[in-house]
Design a protein around this ligand. Structure first.
Ligand SMILES: *Cc1c(COP(=O)(O)O)cnc(C)c1O
Length: 436
């Protein structure tokens, strides 16, 4: 399978090149030339399959032999070694809990798969050192760092805003050590993104070092995120609830999760529509309303994982769907305020004794406002509520239990390198660190 550049579709690369380049030189994203449709009998008969079985079948079809099946089998098994429960919340509503991985956020699925796929290609080139640069507002950095921890031949540099990530999030990447370096940037998340992009576009630096991106810029993160959409449908089949039109609500920032959902639909999964739900950083919502895509600086909210001002995967969404008219037929866009988030967390806790984190609460609210009678709705719950305990406690008035998995990170020693002088400092640091 070849992968094309969304800015210049006649330029294509192999899977390995797409993964290690991350982004095309002109800033375009890579997309598979063809979305392989799963055979209908497969989709209809997933009820008894396990999550790794489904993941392997999808990956093996989609990658078209670019990774040997036995290797792919191990990668999928190793990626999906935690549960993804589908909880029923009333007659026609479900929550898909995507947060039982190592860092308790949905990004674990994509990050672990990508790390293992990169490790596979790295093993074939002894002596190569790959430098993964990952700007983060919290969850991406921790998921990617944990996905790559102890993977040989790969070094991860996490770029994060000094005052922009929570204490738990920082612990999740800064306490790993080894092949993970935490670089604390004196600036915002957008500054971190910019620094990373400057490094990817620096021809001289790229001649000396192999740099790659591990954000959802990287096409390797999209495929594994299709697995849980199929898995959710398999669970509905198993419970005999799969007949009605299916609507999935996705809390959106860089639109990677939504792009994966659209890819799952293109692969033959019967999803009637998506509800893309944003906070006040509602760039995509404005696009769906007006047809104009206008990035702007992000503002901070109590759903910080959604604070993105320039959604990276927008080009993939339009590559999958077409123009704004076509987008509107498949995606209903919604946007909510911080007050809506607090109200929703409190309301859902009151009604269902169920705790939602702020991001998932936004998705819940979007689904509640969009779902029509006779439809089945799924809310994607993207983080464990304890990762955002202050907000969740403020909304419900009750303390949130900290899972052991998060406590362990908090107990680790943090290793942080401050980065104060913008791109010059980053460049110098990368070169000297690679020289050691
Ligand atoms: C990253 C993240 C999102 C947004 O996902 P995108 O793919 O960037 O749209 C939503 N919720 C949580 C908890 C996240 O960490």
């Amino acid at each position: 399978m070849r992968y094309y550049n969304t800015n210049n579709p006649s330029e294509t690369v192999t899977l390995e090149e797409a993964i290690f380049k991350g982004m095309a030189t002109d800033g375009g994203l890579y997309m598979p030339e063809r979305i392989v449709r799963m055979p209908q009998p497969f989709v209809n008969n997933m009820a008894g399959m396990t999550l790794p079985d489904i993941g392997f079948a999808l990956a093996n079809f989609a990658l078209q032999g670019d990774v040997p099946p036995n290797v792919l089998h191990d990668i999928v098994d190793d990626t999906l070694n935690f549960p993804i429960p589908l909880r029923q919340m009333g007659d026609n509503r479900y929550v898909l809990e995507l947060f039982h991985g190592p860092t308790m956020a949905f990004k674990d699925v994509g990050a672990r798969f990508m790390a293992r796929l990169m490790a596979h290609f790295t093993r074939q080139r002894p002596g190569r050192r790959v430098n993964v640069i990952v700007p983060t507002s919290g969850d991406t950095g921790s998921a990617v760092a944990n996905g790559f921890a102890h993977v040989r031949g790969v070094h991860v540099y996490v770029l994060y805003p000094r005052d922009g990530v929570s204490y738990v999030q920082e612990a999740q990447f800064a306490s790993l050590g080894g092949n993970v370096t935490a670089l604390e940037v004196n600036g915002s998340f957008d500054d971190c993104k910019q620094l990373a992009e400057q490094a990817f576009r620096d021809p001289e630096l790229n001649r000396q070092l192999t740099l790659t991106s591990a954000t959802t810029i990287n096409v390797a993160r999209l495929l594994p995120q299709t697995f849980y959409y199929f898995w959710a449908y398999a669970q509905l089949l198993q419970r005999g609830h799969a007949g009605k039109p299916l609507v999935v609500a996705v809390p959106c920032a860089n639109l990677g999760n939504l792009a994966s959902g659209l890819m799952a639909r293109a692969m033959g999964l019967p999803i009637t529509r998506f509800v893309s739900v944003e906070n006040e950083n509602n760039i995509f919502y404005n696009y769906v309303c007006t047809g104009q895509f206008t990035p702007r600086p992000s503002v901070t909210s109590i759903a910080p994982a959604l604070d993105a001002g320039n959604p990276t995967n927008f080009a993939r969404v339009t590559a999958l769907l077409g123009d704004v008219e076509q987008v509107r037929q498949v995606v209903h866009a919604r946007s909510y305020t911080d007050t809506d988030i607090l109200d929703t967390i409190a309301h859902v806790f009151g009604e269902h004794q169920y705790l939602l984190d702020p991001q998932s609460a936004i998705a819940w609210r979007g689904l509640a406002d969009d779902l029509q009678p006779g439809e089945t709705g799924i809310t994607l719950a993207t983080a464990h509520p304890a990762k955002f305990s202050a907000t969740v406690e403020a909304a419900t008035g009750r303390p949130v239990d900290m899972p052991l998995q998060l406590v362990r990170f908090l107990q680790g020693t943090r290793h942080v390198t401050p980065l104060n002088n913008g791109y010059t400092a980053l460049r110098k640091f990368l070169l000297s660190d690679n020289d050691r």
